[in-house]
Design a protein around this ligand. Structure first.
Ligand SMILES: [Fe+2]
Ligand SMILES: [Fe+2]
Length: 293
């Protein structure tokens, strides 16, 4: 899966590919394991919220290779980290994008995914530069933990919103991958921290700084481009972009598993268990405020 992996999958090819999947690949799920022909379209096709949530997620995941290249470069001095970023993390994020795209195209076939993605990427790629990363490699690991916490919570929530079995299965796979990404970033952070520790105040600053950014830019950019290309889908639905975006943010933030998110967010602080217990409630309140729109 190298060049053009963003484009090569389609709903017809996926089930056929599953038949020829090598047995040894079962350790990690693959997009071709899912039987998209079993989708219960009636259970999902009229769900306007899921349409916007799934398409925008497919855009952001598909745009991951821009970030992955920047990140691998950022950790060039650490071959193990940079190899994991290129060989595992990037491939898995891109597979999230592929699988979501296949799903979206199966349920909403008239949506011009590629055209909409290209217009999204024109804007999004300008936001993904090396300068966006924390110059300190330890703090960037903390920021990655925040991002993976956010995606874990997001897919957990989307899975709860789904009444369609194939989608529920897919979102479960993606959520598990995001938890695994979080664990890797946390492990690498701990290793770097052992080599040359950075103070808790700076860790807290990176946590808070990245958490605040989560609510901005990425998802908003994606939603705007989905909206602009939705064509005649949901013609009788929401008429103003702002109303749709507001409703979606409220829907997601109301259901976010904040307790889980806070536990994950606190881990990079490397606090003694008793202290972690003490600060959990105030941090929970702060995170809920920051994460709710
Ligand atoms: Fe992902
Ligand atoms: Fe991830």
């Amino acid at each position: 899966m190298q060049a053009n992996r963003r484009h090569f999958f389609n709903a017809q090819a996926a089930p056929a590919a599953a038949e020829s999947a090598p047995a040894g690949r079962s350790a990690h799920w693959h997009v071709s394991d899912l039987d998209f022909s079993r989708i219960d379209r009636q259970a999902v096709e009229r769900n306007e919220d899921l349409f916007f949530l799934l398409v925008s997620a497919s855009f952001i995941e598909t745009g991951s290779d821009t970030y992955a290249a920047n990140l691998a470069e950022h950790y060039a001095a650490y071959p193990e980290i940079s190899a994991w970023l290129k060989d595992h993390w990037e491939a898995e994020e891109l597979q999230h994008g592929q699988a979501l795209r296949v799903y979206v195209e199966a349920v909403w076939p008239r949506f011009p995914w590629q055209q909409a993605y290209d217009s999204f990427f024109g804007e999004y790629s300008k936001l993904c530069t090396v300068e966006e990363l924390y110059p300190d490699q330890r703090l960037e690991m903390v920021a990655r933990c925040v991002v993976e916490t956010g995606t874990t919570a997001y897919y957990h929530t989307l899975r709860e919103l789904s009444d369609e079995p194939v989608l529920t299965e897919l979102l479960g796979h993606i959520r598990n991958d995001e938890v695994s990404h979080y664990k890797h970033f946390l492990k690498y952070f701990k290793e770097l921290q052992q080599e040359a520790p950075v103070g808790r105040a700076r860790i807290a600053g990176a946590l808070y700084g990245r958490l605040k950014e989560l609510r901005e830019s990425d998802s908003d950019v994606a939603l705007r481009h989905v909206w602009a290309h939705k064509g005649d889908y949901f013609a009788g639905g929401t008429t103003r972009f702002e109303d749709m975006a507001q409703r979606i943010y409220e829907l997601v933030s109301r259901r976010l598993p904040a307790d889980l998110a806070v536990r994950m967010l606190l881990k990079p602080m490397l606090l003694p268990p008793r202290v972690e217990e003490l600060v959990r409630t105030p941090i929970f309140r702060l995170a809920t405020r920051v994460m709710s729109y």
